[in-house]
Design a protein around this ligand. Structure first.
Ligand SMILES: Nc1ncnc2c1ncn2[C@@H]1O[C@H](COP(=O)(O)OP(=O)(O)OP(=O)(O)O)[C@@H](O)[C@H]1O
Ligand SMILES: [Mg+2]
Length: 524
């Protein structure tokens, strides 16, 4: 078997070059080559194509091996350069090696040339692999610290936004359309919603969104979304969906998968302002150890691959390196926030998947998203919940932030519940003990200054009281065990939430828990 070899030969004699080529062919290589004699010709050859090896004579009439080495160093390229000379003293040879030559050989004894080249190619490959791993590690560390920063900011932000959203809703409920303050309240609400949207995306990037994962078939999710995608992309973009009919199941959150798909499709649309083609493809794929080297955070195993391919503008490497960073955008202000792909990145990582992008200017872009597959049948997509009806029962609300506490109280009042409110765990416990046979649900903040929602939960458990808990928090990253939640009648609602989201959640929990609190043992 022969190995193709692209050799750049720096040599003023064609017959000497032929001798080198002969040796290479005898040594099992199939060389393609170019012979250059000057710095200008070498620069030009380096610019035109990539080379596996440079073979340089030591002295030429208008050029020399040390000059060639210096020139190569300037380009920053890692191509092994070997010196092949008719006459070279030991001292010069040592100096050349010090300057970065990889080996030197005598023209009258070239027998070890093929072996030397093989060694150099192997080493160059190792160097490239190491460099790529280092780059990946650096990138992963950068994304990790950006994630921490994002999650810190969004936590505090969420409390503020829950208040702003809720109070503007309550304000709106109290006035009618003709009121002079009506447009002001609407604007507050809209701006707060936008801020909540950004916070949500940042939290998703930081992998702090709670996932409600089920066993699903990606093809079903994509088919359901195709109509929306077609409307979003417009008439000038042809859409093709090539599903794998035998696609394996993935354990994933429907809403989040939809977000991934929509973001990739919208980006593809923006990259094809004159129209083009969008292809969505799914297939089963097994990643081997070697495949994982090129994929960030990937482990060998079975995956479902979702590919979104466009025929758009493509990206320069400089852009490609940054696309997953929050707020990186090449779009003009007001057109993009640069959060779309950060969100995609966070969601994919949270699903223990990985993402890869192939793109070149003018050649279009392909995003490859890998989700781990599971050997289970898929559950059909559930239908969306209907609006919550008026409720009944008594709810204990424990929340230290007075704005959020009063808001929840008002909302629950409006929906017909009786509300008992406490500003701390201590106070909450006291109220619970006094009213244990009427309380149907405890709604508590997770993070409070003196004792946490978790402390309250444990104290109530010690009392052997069977009461459902609904926790509200900016993020729930430590609750990834769905069994624990189910076993303990433990529910989560992420801030910021709208009044109807809160009411729907409370209604769903109480519906599932139709029991009479007065059946509980009396605590007094
Ligand atoms: N399919 C694509 N083709 C070419 N460039 C792309 C593609 N997808 C993303 N990009 C580049 O990556 C950048 C970041 O994308 P990202 O989705 O994170 O933000 P955005 O689209 O600019 O703004 P946002 O999604 O928040 O509205 C884009 O501005 C664009 O330069
Ligand atoms: Mg985008």
């Amino acid at each position: 078997m022969t190995t193709p070899l692209r050799a750049l030969i720096i040599e003023d004699s064609q017959s000497d070059a032929e001798l080198i080529l002969l040796e290479l062919r005898q040594g099992g290589f199939e060389p393609t080559y170019e012979r250059v004699e000057t710095a200008y010709e070498m620069t030009d050859a380096l610019r035109r194509q990539t080379w596996d090896v440079i073979l340089a004579d030591y002295t030429l009439p208008k050029f020399s091996a040390p000059e060639a080495l210096a020139l190569l160093k300037k380009t920053g390229r890692d191509i092994p350069l070997l010196i092949i000379s008719g006459s070279i003293g030991e001292e010069t040879a040592v100096a050349a090696m010090k300057a970065g030559a990889h080996d030197y050989l005598m023209k009258d004894n070239l027998t070890r040339l093929p072996a030397a080249i093989q060694r150099e190619l192997r080493e160059a490959e190792n160097r490239a692999e190491r460099k790529s791993l280092e780059k990946q590690l650096l990138q992963a560390q950068k994304m990790e610290s950006l994630g921490q920063l994002a999650s810190g900011i969004s936590h505090d932000f969420n409390n503020v936004l829950t208040g702003i959203l809720g109070y503007s809703d309550l304000g709106l409920a109290k006035i009618n359309l003709g009121h002079p303050l009506y447009p002001n309240f609407i604007t507050i609400r809209k701006l707060a919603e936008r801020a909540a949207g950004i916070t949500r995306q940042l939290l998703a990037f930081a992998r702090r969104q709670t996932i409600e994962a089920i066993d699903l078939n990606l093809n079903a999710i994509i088919s359901d979304l195709l109509k929306l995608i077609a409307t979003t992309l417009g008439e000038d973009i042809r859409i093709k969906f090539t599903p794998d009919a035998a696609l394996k199941t993935v354990h994933a959150d429907i809403a989040q998968i939809e977000q991934v798909l929509m973001n990739l499709c919208i980006n593809a649309r923006d990259a094809m302002p004159q129209g083009g083609a969008l292809t969505i493809e799914t297939k089963n794929i097994h990643l081997e150890k070697a495949d994982c080297l090129a994929l960030p955070n990937a482990r060998p195993g079975s995956y479902v691959l979702l590919e979104v391919i466009d025929t758009g503008t493509g990206m320069e490497e400089k852009v490609r390196e940054k696309i997953f960073e929050p707020f990186f955008t090449t779009k003009s202000p007001g057109k993009g926030t640069g959060l779309g792909l950060s969100l995609v990145y966070g969601i994919v990582r949270q699903h223990h998947g990985t993402i890869q992008v192939q793109s070149a200017p003018g050649k279009g872009t392909a995003f490859k998203v890998y989700f781990p597959s599971v050997e289970k049948p898929a559950i059909p997509k559930p239908s969306p919940p209907s609006l919550p009806p008026r409720g009944s029962g008594t709810i204990l609300v424990v929340e230290d932030d007075p704005a959020v506490r009063n808001l929840i109280k008002l909302v629950l009042d409006n929906f017909g519940y009786a509300v008992l409110a406490a500003d701390s765990v201590k106070e909450g416990l006291k109220i619970f003990q006094a009213h244990s046979n009427s309380i149907t649900l405890i709604l508590s903040d997770m993070v409070m200054p003196e004792a946490s929602g978790m402390d309250l939960f444990r104290k109530i458990q010690e009392l052997k009281q069977n009461v459902p808990f609904l926790f509200i928090s900016g993020h729930f990253n430590h609750f990834e065990d769905p069994d624990f939640l189910l076993r303990n009648n433990f529910h989560l609602l992420e801030k910021p939430f709208s009044p109807s989201e809160l009411a729907a959640k409370v209604d769903a929990i109480l519906r599932k828990n139709e029991f009479n609190p007065s059946d509980r043992p009396d605590l007094n």
